[in-house]
Write a protein that binds this ligand. Structure first.
Ligand SMILES: NC(=O)c1ccc[n+]([C@@H]2O[C@H](COP(=O)([O-])OP(=O)(O)OC[C@H]3O[C@@H](n4cnc5c(N)ncnc54)[C@H](OP(=O)(O)O)[C@@H]3O)[C@@H](O)[C@H]2O)c1
Length: 365
């Protein structure tokens, strides 16, 4: 059996308490300090992943316990050292392929250097995140009765590993696409390099609010640690697919915009009877903050590579080939992984919720 490991890290102080229940009630400065010296450790043992044709894998989520801000601000070599130590722990436990979670895939050159120095092949898992995100966006559009073909779409984080590929996949299905990021030079160059192949009208801007206010479809894949999308910026009836981790759609959208459909875009149902068990407390489930049998798409990509025996650095860097996205989506289907039911703001999106959102959108329009 091929095995995998996946590097995880807390996205917020709330997350730290899910990783380590003993951390509850401790002040943020103390937790930040503890994490500065806390070594990587095997946090979760994943078992029971089984394809419909009987192939199995197991693996470990290994924590590199740093917050997103720390992963961005710490000296790059120190971050690489901690992520590589996490992968080494996975390899010592028997993993044959490694995945990089959230900001461990963002730091530096998006996995290329880490893969070069790693004892086992590394993937960021971004190809399946891209496939799942784009599918989720258009599923949301269908649920809202939105005609995607005549709509304007916005991709925030459009120069990134995930956003740039999402933009290229969304473009053929919409009338206009607006690309958004902060670094204008990089954004302009990216737009110049892709505009001829986008097959729809396209433009770019660094003004998130202005772009979002013109869009019916929004996909966000940024590395912002602050909210990027605010309730007042959104059109009535808009569909927002959020891939960013930590989240960058303001929680106020849930309370103030009942006419907008927000979806977490990157969640997959894992085939078999997956269990996520704490390594330090065997028999205790690790709370992934997701529904049962559900994992992030980047985790799923790593599991699929193990199941398929594709022990290779499948996704690395910031110029992801669309052929890879299509290939991993096909492999996911073959292995029995499915897009998870819609969800946002830590709650399921029920058919009743969608019906209420559609009514609220009609009233507001
Ligand atoms: N849901 C999942 O399963 C899953 C899986 C993997 C990754 N992710 C998440 O996806 C996100 C993107 O990852 P990535 O690998 O594509 O990162 P990346 O390659 O570093 O790209 C980040 C993009 O965000 C833009 N950006 C950053 N801050 C911004 C802001 N405040 N406003 C507008 N744009 C901003 C960056 O451009 P500028 O710097 O020019 O602004 C860049 O275009 C991360 O949050 C990551 O944790 C989710």
């Amino acid at each position: 059996m091929n095995k995998f490991c996946f590097v995880i890290h807390p996205l917020s102080f709330d997350d730290i308490a899910r990783y380590e229940p003993g951390a509850k009630g401790k002040g943020e400065p103390i937790l930040r300090k503890i994490m500065e010296w806390m070594p990587s450790y095997a946090a979760v043992h994943v078992t029971g992943v089984r394809t419909p044709d009987g192939r199995e894998t197991e693996g470990w989520f290994v924590a590199a316990p740093l917050l997103p801000q720390q992963l961005v601000e710490f000296p790059r070599e120190e971050v690489y050292r901690r992520v590589l130590r996490a992968i080494e722990i996975g390899a010592e436990l028997g993993a044959h392929v490694a995945g990089l979670g959230a900001f461990t895939a963002v730091v530096g050159d998006a996995g290329i250097t880490i893969n070069e120095r790693s004892p086992i092949p590394v993937t960021t898992g971004n190809s399946l995140t891209i496939a799942a995100g784009v599918q989720s966006l258009f599923r949301g559009a269908r649920e809202m009765g939105l005609d995607a073909g005549s709509s304007t779409a916005v991709v925030i984080g459009a120069t990134g590993s995930i956003g740039s590929a999402c933009a290229r996949l969304i473009a053929p299905n919409v009338a206009r696409i607006i690309l958004v990021a902060r670094n204008e030079t990089r954004l302009r160059k990216f737009h110049e390099s892709v505009s001829a192949s986008l097959t729809c009208a396209s433009e770019y801007t660094t003004d998130v609010a202005a772009a979002v206010s013109r869009a019916q479809l929004v996909l966000t894949a940024t590395t912002s640690t602050q909210d990027v999308i605010q309730p007042q910026d959104l059109q009535a009836g808009a569909v927002v697919c959020e891939l960013s981790l930590p989240h960058d759609v303001s929680r106020n959208v849930a309370a103030q915009r009942p006419d907008v459909l927000v979806i977490e875009g990157g969640n997959m149902v894992v085939p078999g009877s997956p269990r996520f068990e704490r390594v330090r407390e065997p028999g205790t489930e690790f709370d992934l903050n997701l529904p049962a049998r559900t994992a992030l798409a980047c985790m799923s990509e790593t599991m699929i590579l193990a199941l398929e025996g594709r022990l290779e650095p499948f996704t690395l860097g910031r110029g992801i080939e669309l052929a890879k996205v299509i290939e991993i989506a096909d492999m996911a289907q073959c292995c029995g992984f499915e897009l998870a039911d819609m969800r946002a703001f830590d709650a399921a999106i029920t058919p009743e919720k969608i019906a209420a959102t559609r009514i609220a959108a009609t009233v507001r329009q």
